[in-house]
Write a protein that binds this ligand. Structure first.
Ligand code: AMP
Length: 470
């Protein structure tokens, strides 16, 4: 491993939000984070701008747990940024909770990042050799150090001249004492959108978010995407934009459409609900089966199952009901109950399933362990046949750009053939959506999407990260 560095954070899944010239900036940020809770459940933070000072609150837990009425009241000011984060390892200490904060030449800066910088371990080592003292273990802190070392007191100049050193995925929102900056990496891995919220007394405020579902909640209108490679900023004079040197290709994350984003969001200019339905439709064209009903694994398989049902003409049924009120902890039964884990969340309805040949649709199959348990429950509920259909291709590689996927050794499709997987999950048949079908479903043109977790074609060098992941 180059540099012998072992602490990594390339699995961070995150959501970001920012509000500018908004009398309720912190509250809007709170709501924007609430709507994007699915992008990260481990920690949340908001930094607001009062005068030329930053006020902050960050903590572990869900947005609704971290922020109370009195905390929000304390976060005064007409600008704010926020962040929700999920990290897989035990390295979720307070110090890593974003927005990260520092004092630079021109005063305070707060930084919220979605994505993963794949050369951060190399930059970190170099910076440490030059005397930088790191507080946490996350990749985002490197950027803060690079900005701090730049001689300019203008944040946009600092970004323009340091960001080209970063490789990988970064949708960023920064707050200084007089600006809000939104920046997307030149390949555009992760989404970032700009909106405007009409204000009661007239006029409107600016908002930025990872996903448009955040705008819906606060009554904001989508203006446009922050473009790949764009540095967009707001100050007392209004809005400004410039571009970083362009990348040879785009690499929008196709997994945002497969699983990660909310179906009520528009991501990369396309409705996620529509793209998931398209995936289901194309899956039905590619892998038809003689069966009686189509049922989704809720909630992630629902839009694709609707598409599959429409295309195949097979009736759509809610054959599995999901409990939406699963907390973080629950008391295990004292005696062993078969399939207990998945049963807390998913309950097959035998009155729908009994005696039927069932097509089960899920968005993706990663380790295969959930699917195995679900199929066992469906058989116990009396299904005659179970045909498993996955609305994405086999997941064969980890993501290094900000989606939490297990190591390659734990990805069942990287280790076993399709027939072996079918036997492992105990399905009567198993089919996946083809890579071409998936890209067609999102209307992709050549080299527009990153599908590395499915096709192994990583759009950037990996700087040795892949060697640790096997
Ligand atoms: P399994 O095959 O047991 O690993 O579980 C696959 C299920 O996990 C799929 O149905 C997805 O809905 C869900 N899933 C896929 N990717 C992720 C992810 N990055 N984080 C959390 N859940 C995921």
């Amino acid at each position: 491993m180059p540099g012998g560095i072992t602490l990594r954070h390339w699995h961070d899944e995150c959501g970001v939000f920012g509000a500018w010239q908004d009398p309720e900036a912190a509250r809007m940020t709170y709501l924007g984070l609430y709507a994007q809770q699915h992008r990260g459940q481990e920690s949340a933070g908001i930094v607001s701008l009062k005068g030329s000072e930053h006020l902050s609150h960050r903590g572990c837990g869900l947005v609704g747990e971290v922020f109370t009425e009195s905390v929000l009241e304390h976060l005064e000011g007409s600008a704010a940024i926020g962040h929700v984060r999920y990290s897989t390892t035990g390295l979720n200490e307070q110090i890593n909770i974003q927005p990260l904060m520092a004092q630079l030449l021109n005063g305070p800066v707060a930084l919220a990042h979605n994505g993963n910088i794949v050369n951060s371990h190399i930059l970190r080592r170099e910076l440490k050799e030059q005397g930088a003292i790191f507080q946490g273990t996350n990749d985002t802190e490197c950027l803060l150090h690079l900005l701090a070392r730049h001689p300019s007191d203008d944040i946009v100049t600092c970004l323009r001249e340091t960001v080209p050193r970063l490789e990988g995925a970064f949708s960023l929102v920064l707050l200084t004492r007089d600006r809000l900056v939104a920046l997307r990496d030149p390949m555009g891995f992760r989404p970032l959108v700009l909106g405007q919220r009409p204000l009661e007394g007239g006029g409107s405020s600016y908002v930025v978010a990872s996903e448009t579902c955040a705008f819906d909640l606060i009554g904001a209108k989508l203006v446009r995407e922050i473009e790949p490679g764009e540095i967009f900023w707001l100050d007392s004079e209004g809005e400004h934009s410039e571009f970083l040197p362009s990348a040879p290709r785009r690499a929008q994350c196709v997994f945002e459409h497969v699983y990660f984003a909310r179906p009520d969001s528009t991501v990369f200019g396309l409705s996620v609900y529509e793209s998931r339905k398209n995936m289901g439709r194309i899956l039905a064209q590619e892998s038809a089966v003689d069966a009686d009903i189509v049922i989704p694994v809720p909630d992630s398989g629902v839009p694709a199952a609707i598409g599959y049902s429409v295309e195949s003409g097979l009736p759509f049924e809610l054959g599995i009901i999901r409990n939406h009120y699963i907390g973080r902890t629950f008391i295990q039964p004292s005696q062993s109950i078969r399939s207990f884990g998945v049963k807390i969340k998913l309950n097959p309805q035998s009155q729908v399933i009994r005696g039927k040949r069932v097509v089960v649709i899920d968005d993706s199959l990663v380790r295969g362990t959930t699917s195995q348990k679900i199929i066992r429950l469906i058989r116990q509920a009396g299904a005659k046949e179970v045909h498993f259909r996955i609305a994405s291709p086999p997941t064969t590689g980890p993501c290094f750009y900000g989606v939490d996927t297990p190591k390659k050794s734990q990805l069942i499709a990287a280790q076993q053939t399709q027939e072996e997987i079918r036997r492992f999950i105990d399905a009567d048949s198993l089919s996946y959506l083809s890579i071409e079908g998936m890209l067609k479903a999102v209307g992709a043109r050549d080299q527009e999407y990153c599908a590395a977790c499915f096709d192994g074609q990583y759009p950037t060098p990996l700087f040795g990260l892949d060697q640790e992941e096997t």
